[in-house]
Every structure is written in structure tokens, then in C-alpha cells.
Design a protein around this ligand. Structure first.
Ligand code: FAD
Length: 414
């Protein structure tokens, strides 16, 4: 009989297991893959954006979910600063990159796997890999866990099985099945942090494929062409649509909009640091100062050449027309197009290829101080299996580590 069995050796289950083990509890961690942290190894393109440098309130206010306050206790107990200290103390120096994102100095996600493997041993956690949990039963507050490798019993059971995105890494929705079995509500699951699919002529023709932009803004429009949601960040135009942080951040809003309206319209502002009036005046001034240059040449200091060519052709301006000969109104229209470039969006990449799963076990039925079920004593849910997620930028691993630590800490005191 174990004090606790934890199902899933992703970041949430690992942090829970090593924390609980440090209280000298008898802990069994079960993972169906041959190794721990299969998804963790892929994070941040193999570099692992482990957390960010946000304080607790800023972290919560930056989440794209309404119930972010649920995390207040967990983040106060073990937030970004604690994650930084935890790994640095264990010999993994970290660094801060742009937008407060934190990575290991080595750029190796595997360094975190090494730490967890050491900590599992140091804290006497029993790890059972290549073992899939097929079902659990909870009777008289004791849990029986059925696996492909035998049956185990425990006083407490922690579900750390992740969401449903990237199912080849192991997260295939098992935790949601278990939650439903014990009458928990699982809120609608949807793709978040997922590229946008477009059949717009611009994308189908591949005119701008491969162009990437730094720090642009992109807006989802409502039926009256008013911005519903705006995001800032880098953007890549691909063969299927739009990728890169700005479009990933917008994706969950686009997903819900398309569900109701079949398609969505977004606009890109390619020069967000210049307001529309300034840009109009700048173009009109160029008409005087650059009058003998072609419009394409004049635009070089503002936009990539392929984009300028596309805008020039969209406005039916002659290829080699000198800017001095371009009509004033056409230059004003060009400024408007640069600031409000429209693209129709027809979908969001589906859940299995989304970086993160939106939705999950309802937070109303979990205790934020312990991650314990309010319906079934001694049953706990941590990490992405819960209805919790953030944007890219270290938020999701922080949520996994913070809820995992909170649960382990509480069970350690129990
Ligand atoms: C490509 C990619 C890159 C990402 N990059 C970042 C990043 O840089 N920063 C960031 O903050 N977030 C990132 N994320 C998100 C982040 O990886 C996840 O939010 C996080 O891994 C969730 O942790 P978890 O412990 O809840 O679940 P998971 O990491 O999914 O782990 C769940 C574990 O449970 C195991 N399991 C499931 N069912 C069973 C069962 N029945 N029996 C036994 N074991 C089972 C699985 O095999 C798996 O190992 C990225 C995600 C992806 C897909």
C-alpha cells in the first residue's frame, strides 16, 4: 500500500512525486512511456521555456482564462521565482530571454529531465515506466490502480496525465475519462496555441509564404469589422495559414469565433509602432522627398520587399511607378492597408497538433489549496488535465510545476 500513486511522469506528476517523496512518504509514479517527461523534452523546440519572470498577480492577469485566480495559492507557494531557484540550486543555470521567457543556459530541455531523474532517486520515489494505467477504483477512501503491469493500492491518487494535445507523447485524455467516471465535469476541450488555417487567396497562391515578421499585431474582427481581440508578437506566413507566437496567442479566440460563425476575419498591422495618421503623413512626405524613386524602393525601409510588391499589386499601382507620380489617395489607401491587412481564416489546427489543450477538469470541483477533488476525497488532479492553460511563454510548464508542487506539499503534510 502506497501513501500516494501518481499517474503520469510529465512535469506536473514529476514535481508532485519528488516533493511528496521529500516528506518520506511511500510514493509510486506510473508512466506508460519508457522514459519520463516525453513532452517536456520537446518543449521550447527542445530548449524548454520552463517559466517566465512574472510576479504572481501579473502571471494570473496574463492568462487567457477567466478562472486564473484559482492559481493564486499554488503560484504563491511555488511560482516562477521558486521554479528558478529550484533548478538553479540543482545545478541548472537559467537565463532570461525576450518577453521574460526563462530557458536553461545550456538550451537543453534534457537538463530538467536529468534533475527529475536524480530527484526521484534522492527522494526514494518508486518509478514504474512502460506501465499504462487502465482503470482506477476508489472505495472506502482507498484506491486500487489497475495497470498493464499489475494492480496497486494507495491512500491517495493523483491524476497527472496531461491534456489531449500531442497524444503520441502519452497525453491522450485518460485523466478526463477518470474524472468523468467519478462524476467530475470536464469542460469543453479545444485547441489553444495552435496555428491558424486559411484558404484565403493570399495563402493558397503562396504569394507571401515564408515571410516572417517581428512584433506585429494581429486582430480578430467581429461582424462589424471591429477588433474583438488583438495580440502582439512574431508572425510567420506559411503554406497553410499563419503561425508564430502572435497567431498562436489569438488561436483560442479564433477557434471559438469560427465555431459560431464558420469563418473569421483577421487583420494584420505590419507597423504597429506607427499610428495610422503618422504613417499617412510619412508616405505623403516621401512623395516629396523620394519623388524620383519607385514606390517599391521607398517602402524598403518599412516593409519586406515581397510584401511591398504584393501591396503595390493589390492597389493596382504600376510596378515601376515613381512615388512622386502615385496619387495622394492611393498612398493614403496604402497606409490603411499596411495597418489593416485582411486575411480570412477558416480554422485552427486541431487539438492533437495544438501545443496546449484548452478546457479540462472543472476548477469549481477542485480545491485550489491542495488540488484535491471536492467530490471524492483523496483524489487529486494536477497540470494540463485541469481546465487551466496559458499562452506560450513558460505559462503552461509553470502551471504544471506549480500545481504539482502544491499537491505534493499538501500530501506531504497530510
Ligand atoms: C511541442 C510543445 C512545446 C511546448 N513548449 C512549451 C514551453 O516551452 N513552455 C511551456 O510552458 N509549455 C510548453 N508546452 C506545454 C507543456 O509541455 C504542457 O503544458 C505540459 O507538459 C503539461 O504537463 P503535464 O504534466 O500536465 O502533462 P504531460 O506533460 O502531457 O504529461 C502527462 C504524462 O502522463 C502520462 N500518461 C497519460 N496517461 C497515462 C496512463 N493511462 N498511464 C500511465 N501514464 C499516463 C503520459 O505518457 C505523459 O508522460 C509545449 C507543448 C508542446 C506540445
Amino acid at each position: 500500500m502506497y501513501d500516494a500513486i501518481i499517474i503520469g511522469a510529465g512535469p506536473s506528476g514529476l514535481m508532485c512525486a519528488v516533493t511528496l517523496g521529500s516528506y518520506k512518504k511511500k510514493v509510486l509514479l506510473i508512466e506508460k512511456n519508457p522514459d519520463i517527461g516525453k513532452k517536456l523534452r520537446l518543449t521550447g523546440g527542445g530548449r524548454c521555456n520552463i517559466t517566465n519572470f512574472k510576479d504572481v498577480n501579473t502571471f494570473i492577469n496574463s492568462l487567457p482564462i477567466k478562472s486564473g485566480r484559482f492559481l493564486y495559492h499554488a503560484l504563491t507557494l511555488f511560482g516562477p521565482k521558486d521554479i528558478w531557484d529550484y533548478f538553479e540550486k540543482r545545478g541548472i543555470p537559467l537565463k532570461i530571454e525576450d518577453n521574460d521567457r526563462i530557458f536553461p543556459k545550456s538550451n537543453r530541455a534534457l537538463d530538467f529531465i536529468d534533475v527529475f531523474n536524480r530527484e526521484l532517486q534522492n527522494n526514494n520515489v518508486q518509478l514504474l515506466t512502460n506501465t499504462e494505467v487502465t482503470d482506477i477504483d476508489i472505495k472506502d477512501q482507498f484506491t486500487t490502480v489497475y495497470t498493464t503491469n499489475g494492480t496497486f493500492t494507495a491512500s491517495n491518487i493523483v491524476i497527472a496525465t496531461g491534456g489531449v494535445s500531442y497524444p503520441h507523447t502519452g497525453s491522450n485524455g485518460f485523466g478526463h475519462k477518470i474524472a468523468k467516471k467519478f462524476n467530475h465535469t470536464v469542460t469543453e476541450l479545444y485547441p489553444t496555441e495552435s496555428p491558424l488555417i486559411s484558404h484565403d487567396e493570399l495563402i493558397v497562391s503562396r504569394t507571401l509564404q515564408g515571410l516572417s515578421f517581428k512584433d506585429i499585431t494581429i486582430s480578430l474582427l467581429d461582424e462589424n469589422n471591429k477588433p474583438l481581440k488583438t495580440q502582439t508578437g512574431d508572425l510567420i506566413i506559411t503554406h497553410f495559414g499563419l503561425s508564430g507566437p502572435a497567431s498562436l496567442r489569438l488561436s483560442q479566440f479564433v477557434y471559438h469565433y469560427i465555431k459560431d460563425h464558420n469563418k473569421a476575419k483577421i487583420t494584420i498591422d505590419f507597423l504597429p509602432t506607427l499610428n495610422i495618421e503618422t504613417l499617412k503623413q510619412t508616405f505623403l512626405q516621401l512623395k516629396n522627398t523620394d519623388k524620383t524613386k519607385t514606390l517599391k524602393t521607398s517602402l524598403k525601409s518599412f516593409l519586406p520587399e515581397r510584401l511591398s510588391e504584393h501591396l503595390i499589386s493589390k492597389l493596382n499601382i504600376g510596378d515601376n511607378l515613381k512615388i512622386g507620380d502615385v496619387a495622394k489617395q492611393t498612398l493614403l489607401d496604402l497606409a490603411i492597408l499596411v495597418k489593416n491587412f485582411p486575411i480570412k481564416i477558416h480554422g485552427v489546427n486541431p487539438l492533437d497538433v495544438a501545443f496546449v489543450t484548452g478546457g479540462g477538469v472543472s476548477l469549481k470541483e477542485l480545491n485550489p489549496k491542495t488540488m484535491e477533488s471536492k467530490l471524492i476525497p483523496n483524489l487529486y488532479f494536477i497540470g494540463e488535465v485541469c481546465d487551466l492553460h496559458g499562452y506560450t511563454g513558460g505559462y503552461n510548464l509553470t502551471i504544471a510545476l506549480s500545481t504539482g508542487y502544491t499537491c505534493g506539499y499538501y500530501l506531504g503534510q497530510k
